[in-house]
Design a protein around this ligand. Structure first.
Ligand SMILES: CC(C)(COP(=O)(O)OP(=O)(O)OC[C@H]1O[C@@H](n2cnc3c(N)ncnc32)[C@H](O)[C@@H]1OP(=O)(O)O)[C@@H](O)C(=O)NCCC(=O)NCCS
Length: 281
């Protein structure tokens, strides 16, 4: 499948060939939404309306690569905020969307060939102070210190955060459950551009086989202002789980975390213990 990028690819090559990816570094001048989609953002601020519309434009272009006709991509609605925005894909399709300042992308695949997918993009800039401690495990903090010394140029704390968001976006459609930041240990490989995410809770069981861990790929642009990084996770269907893109790791002792990520319109992140709607501030 072709990755389409307007202005240079960030996710390009991070997902298997079966996944169609469309990404853009700018908003097209006008994007038509279906009326039901327009209703979702009718009262939202302009920046939210733009990201919502553009990312759906990306999704429809990616779906077209799979031969799927345009249709509304609505949020699940209902339940806590981390569940209510999960996109509802056409039958037989799995997918994931991401947007941040200056970047939007969608990745979709047929559910017969990919069990789940998660993509996330972030500025390649350090997390705001205080956030790193909350979203990383002690083992991850040691890894971050090592990587900062050996591989400068990547905001490693942001990369770990992004990997966790990608894991969550792949996890949620399979489980319908919350996954805390302390419940998945991310280990990036700085040279291969890959990462593993080992679950500390019982994982999803698509097609009868338990998923105890995720593997993904990452890319970071340089740290100039406006640079981005991206992460991508794919869960293979059970028949293909011995492939290098899939990781079955032994489950370890669960930890409990109820932290919720809040994201400002400028892409800043903060953590709260009681979820509120992430796009309202
Ligand atoms: C749900 C969450 C991952 C969304 O990320 P975000 O900060 O809004 O950032 P992005 O812009 O990259 O992604 C937004 C898109 O994610 C998708 N999304 C939202 N909730 C989702 C969910 N539960 N499952 C899958 N995708 C979801 C939506 O398509 C949304 O875009 P849209 O509202 O325009 O349709 C994040 O808000 C969150 O709650 N994180 C906490 C859970 C977590 O990450 N745990 C770590 C586990 S190790």
């Amino acid at each position: 499948m072709t990755a389409v990028a307007l202005g240079g690819g960030l996710l390009e090559g991070l997902l298997p060939a079966e996944v169609a990816v469309v990404e853009t570094f700018g908003d097209p001048p006008s994007v038509e939404l279906f009326p039901l989609e327009a209703d979702v953002v009718a009262n939202a601020v302009e920046s939210r309306r733009r990201e919502f519309a553009t990312v759906r434009w990306c999704a429809r272009a990616a779906l077209a690569q799979l031969g799927v006709a345009p249709e509304p991509i609505l949020p699940a609605r209902g339940g806590p905020p981390w569940a209510s925005r999960a996109p509802l894909w056409p039958d037989g399709i799995v997918g994931s969307m991401t947007h941040c300042d200056g970047y939007r992308a969608a990745a979709v695949a047929r559910s017969a060939v990919v069990a789940s997918v998660g993509v996330d993009a972030e500025p390649n800039a350090a997390l705001p102070s205080g956030i790193r401690q909350v979203v990383t495990l002690p083992e991850e903090q040691r890894t971050l210190a090592r990587l900062a010394a050996s591989h400068p140029g990547v905001a490693w704390d942001r990369l770990l955060f992004s990997a966790k968001e990608s894991v969550f976006k792949a996890w949620f459609p399979l489980t319908g459950r919350w996954l805390g930041f302390g419940e998945c240990l991310i280990t990036p490989d700085p040279d291969l551009g890959t990462f593993t995410g080992s679950l500390r809770v019982t994982g999803p069981i698509p097609a009868g086989m338990t998923v105890n861990g995720f593997t993904g790929r990452w890319r970071a642009q340089d740290t100039n202002p406006g640079a981005h990084l991206a992460t991508a996770v794919t869960v293979a269907p059970s028949a293909a789980r011995n492939s290098p893109d899939f990781n079955v790791a032994p489950a370890v002792v669960p930890t409990v975390s109820t932290n919720c990520i809040l994201r400002s319109k400028r892409g800043n992140v903060a953590v709260a213990r009681n979820p509120i709607h992430t796009t309202d501030w």
